[in-house]
Write a protein that binds this ligand. Sequence first.
Ligand code: UD1
Length: 463
Amino acid sequence: MNNKKEFQKLENLNQQHLLTFWDKLNEIEQKKLLNQIQNLDIEVFKLQQLLVKNPNSAPEIFEPFEEFKNSGNQELYSFGKEIIAGGKVGCLLIAGGQGSRLRFEGPKGMFPTSLIKRKSLFQIFSEKVVAASKQSNRSLPLAIMTSPLNDVETKTFFQNESFFGLNKDQISFFSQKMLPLLDPNGNLFLDSLFHIAEGPDGNGNALKYFVDSGIWETWYKKGIRYLLYVLVDNPLTDPFDAELVGYHIKSGSEITVKTIKRDNESEKLGLLVKHGEQVLVKEYTEMFPEEQVARRTDGSLKHQVANMSVFCFNMNFVHRVGNLNEVEIPLHKAFKTATFLNSKGEISHPTKPNAWKFEHFIFDLLPFASSVKALLSPRSECYAPLKNFEGQHSIKQVQEAIQARDRTIYTQITKLPPPEHPFELAFDFYYPTIDLMEKYKNKPLPETPYMEPELFYKPPPSQ
Ligand code: UD1
């Protein structure tokens, strides 16, 4: 095997220790290791090393962000609906993460979530897209970003479930990439005899991979001009949020951020802030703690507007930032616990943080936009993320929030109070057609725990 080039690359970077066990590897294992060395981006690696060596940045003070528009505007909603039905909007679902914080082995999107049917997050999002498609009488496009950790499992899951009712040509997948982890001295390390430790590179390169995958071009040719960006971990998200689209277009911005109000100082949320004329999101992991809990003279929180990581982007903007060089988008570091190979060649699972992990954040693209706007929505309508095994943002809280939302929608459709018993609504009620509204006005929905409309729809035409 000719491996001179890769060995030289490691020597130039002073990382030859990765070859300590080279002679013990069989040919396939050697190939795997060589492949990782070939793919190592020298420019990015040097940036990672610089980040490790640099101390954390000095505490920063920001002005609060207050120029949001309150949601609940019927005109914007109707206008957005028209644009969606006109085939100008697509949805990008970010699902590269694993369910580890939920103690769930596998892609987070596969976590059984809904109250009665235990629908997975993937099923919830897919069925919302199916329902929104029926409402728009058009097959609405969905792209899903996976990661090398869960790409195969995610696609197999969708195939085995017949894409949850989506047409095959309506859904596309692409994968994000990984970045190497570094030890406290800024060096690469192995986590098996033939594998360099690495982790997903965050959600901030999603638009780049979306463009690189060719999906941007396919969608643009079909007339898609706006992209809704949503995270898989929040089942209350509307993947075809008509009011967000309507406001985005009417306000003429390149990015519109969907936001909620903070209701306490300790919730792990990115915050919208002003830095001069610029609107930024500062992540909770990086914000100066005193600034995070700062209060106004009336006792209310200084920073009140939080990021849900739901955005509407212009497709032209997506193309522009999708072509940026990777090193132009900031990289963030976090000290985490990572498996490593010890000097005897044994796999070790530490219990304390031991390695630097690197991620790009999607909201670092805000400064690249000519104009940024924000729509503020009530939490009960749009935010119940599934993040933790217990406590805040656990499955119990998420199911309670979905139940509350279902009860509200029940009344919106029927004009009647909801039944006392726990129930779950099919998503057709979230995206009602005129027929459905007519049929169920002043009529209770079926008295079953899972309520779905009788079949009276035509499926949307395939585009
Ligand atoms: C994220 C936001 C935070 C926001 C909060 C709202 C970012 C960087 N931070 O924080 O500002 O207030 O959600 O709930 O967006 N993911 C990938 N690939 C990765 C890493 C993450 O696809 O490499 C996906 C995960 O599947 C998940 C989502 O991104 O759906 C959020 O990731 P997570 O790291 O859990 O974000 P938070 O820390 O909760």
